[in-house]
Design a protein around this ligand. Structure first.
Ligand SMILES: [Zn+2]
Length: 241
């Protein structure tokens, strides 16, 4: 049982969240959901203890409430980093597995909130760093440092093109080199799961972007070739527990 007297929300209150949870369990009340949302999650990466304490109940509700599914996914995506709630997360491992299965069924229905559900699935797999950085590849830019010569390299994956370049604040992205996608059969681990899931669900642009994200880039300055995802991960690794 959760001891709610220790689970403050972002206003420092301990009584509103359990009351609101009871309310939304009874009926899918829009106002109650709205209040739950702003009490549990702030902009940026903040989640409060009440958010983690509420997570198992939200994940259970997710099968019949899109709002519960969305809020649980948002909280889970922010589960990396310092929050002091590791025990709360460890205690709901079973609910997280069930939530992951539910998200997978949801993804296969090709929903409007596909990317959000995709990112929540990654978080449920504890792939927080991927969940935090992945966009929809319409105009994604990643700023990396070449592992060989330490020059800052801009990686673009999207409608503007798929390239590595040097960003010049006057001239734009100069000295562009084409990215080299990893062939799908060469993908492994999380990258393979991401690619195959996007293909399965008919999200070709997402799948293509993933093959590029897990592919290679050439440094325009020194011509060395490096793994985009690896460099991105090492530059942006969240502080894990
Ligand atoms: Zn270089």
């Amino acid at each position: 049982m959760v001891n709610w007297t220790q689970m403050h929300d972002c206003y420092g209150d301990v009584d509103r969240v359990p009351a609101l949870l009871e309310q939304v369990e009874l009926e899918d009340d829009a106002e109650a959901w709205k209040e739950l949302g702003y009490r549990l999650v702030l902009e940026h990466d903040l989640v409060f203890p009440a958010g983690f304490a509420a997570l198992p109940r939200l994940m259970c509700l997710a099968s019949r409430s899109a709002r519960a599914r969305g809020l649980a996914g948002t909280i889970l995506r922010r589960a990396a980093g310092h929050h002091g709630c590791d025990d709360l997360l460890a205690n709901c491992a079973e609910e997280i597995s069930e939530f992951r299965r539910l998200l997978d069924r949801h993804l296969q229905s090709r929903p409007a909130d596909y990317l959000a559900a995709f990112l929540a699935s990654l978080a449920a797999m504890e792939e927080y760093h991927r969940s935090a950085v992945l966009g929809d590849f319409t105009d994604d830019f990643y700023h990396l440092v070449c592992p060989n010569c330490a020059v800052e390299v801009t990686i673009a994956i999207g409608d503007y093109g798929c390239y590595s370049a040097i960003r010049d604040w006057n001239k734009g992205d100069v000295d562009r080199r084409d990215l080299r996608p990893t062939p799908s059969e060469a993908l492994s681990g999380t990258g393979r799961w991401m690619y195959e899931t996007a293909v399965r669900d008919g999200h070709e642009a997402l799948a293509d972007g993933i093959a590029l994200l897990f592919g290679k880039a050439e440094c325009p300055a020194c011509a060395s070739v490096f793994d985009v995802a690896n460099e991105y991960t090492s530059a942006n690794r969240p502080v894990l527990r």
